[in-house]
Design a protein around this ligand. Structure first.
Ligand code: COA
Length: 260
């Protein structure tokens, strides 16, 4: 697929995907969602890529939401389908990806933009970032998982207030809420994400894949997260990465994980 609305840069063991529709504040139209879906699946297949960083182009927006012009005329059926397909194909796919995905929030992350950031495994923001779920100001609700992931991340009361007021919070408040893990200057945003990506990529990608699965299991109402952890823990004992990690420790050397 030729990408029109995103571009990918690869460096060492990680890839940065930049959403690139700056004239529309990187709003997620159908094409952009499809491109992200394809890019993320391809990068997840690439054994050399240990971490994916997701960001927006320009200095103003990460993503200012789903593209309002595309759904303004939708019927009930089309609205439902928009949310269902988006959740399944992109937002849940990112959350359940084996490769860690970091959202580098470089400006407005609103509506579908904040939902995209929340689907990532964790978030880092620049100090100019503004976050919110303004959907009720448009007569609709968050449909890409926002009503579920925001309370998971910041607690029910705070999420209810953010959703009901349709207001925005700044980066410092997002940090205080636990919505983002770090706040830094815009210039330092990607370097900080790269530094964190470097620390992640020193570890076993197989173990990380299982850790993501086990953590996510705890947020699914019909799955016993502890049981998933037990299975995943046991599975690790049969991997080459486990043999290498434990051997390297006992031999007092740095592990060189084969990734299997
Ligand atoms: N969907 C479609 N287009 C969008 C968009 C969105 N979610 N967010 C911004 N844009 C477009 C604007 O329509 C404008 O396009 P134009 O120049 O062709 O008119 C362009 O991006 C720049 O946005 P603008 O509103 O002029 O910038 P601003 O600095 O005055 O305001 C925001 C910035 C983020 C406050 C404002 O764009 C906004 O409220 N966006 C919608 C946020 C939202 O409700 N998202 C949830 C959608 S479910």
């Amino acid at each position: 697929m030729d990408f029109e609305n995103i571009y990918i840069e690869e460096e060492n063991n990680f890839a940065t995907i930049t959403i690139n529709r700056p004239s529309k504040l990187n709003a997620l139209n159908r094409r952009t969602i499809e491109e992200l879906q394809v890019a993320i699946a391809e990068l997840d297949e690439d054994a050399n890529i240990k971490v994916i960083i997701l960001t927006g182009s320009g200095e103003k927006a990460f993503v200012a939401g789903a593209d309002i012009s595309e759904f303004a005329h939708f019927s009930v059926k089309e609205g439902r389908q928009l949310a269902a397909l988006g959740q399944k194909n992109l937002f849940n796919a990112i959350e359940n990806l084996s490769t860690p995905v970091i959202a580098a929030i470089n400006g407005f992350a609103l509506g579908g933009g904040l939902e995209l950031a929340m689907a990532c495994h964790f978030r880092v923001a620049s100090s100019n970032a503004r976050m919110g779920l303004p959907e009720v100001s448009l007569g609709v609700i968050p449909g890409y998982g926002g009503t579920q992931r925001l309370p998971q991340l910041i607690g029910k009361g705070r999420a209810m207030e953010m959703i009901m007021t349709a207001g925005m919070i700044d980066a410092d408040k997002a940090f205080a809420y636990g919505l983002v893990n770090h706040v830094t200057s815009l210039e330092e945003l990607l370097p900080l994400c790269v530094k964190i990506a470097g620390r992640i990529s020193n570890n076993s990608s197989v173990a990380i894949k299982h850790a993501i699965k086990a953590v996510n299991a705890g947020f699914k109402y019909d799955v016993d997260g502890y049981a998933v952890e037990v299975d995943a823990f046991g599975h690790c004992f049969g991997t080459d990465d486990f043999k290498e990690g434990t051997t390297a420790f006992l031999e007092k050397r740095k592990a060189d994980f084969p990734g299997s």
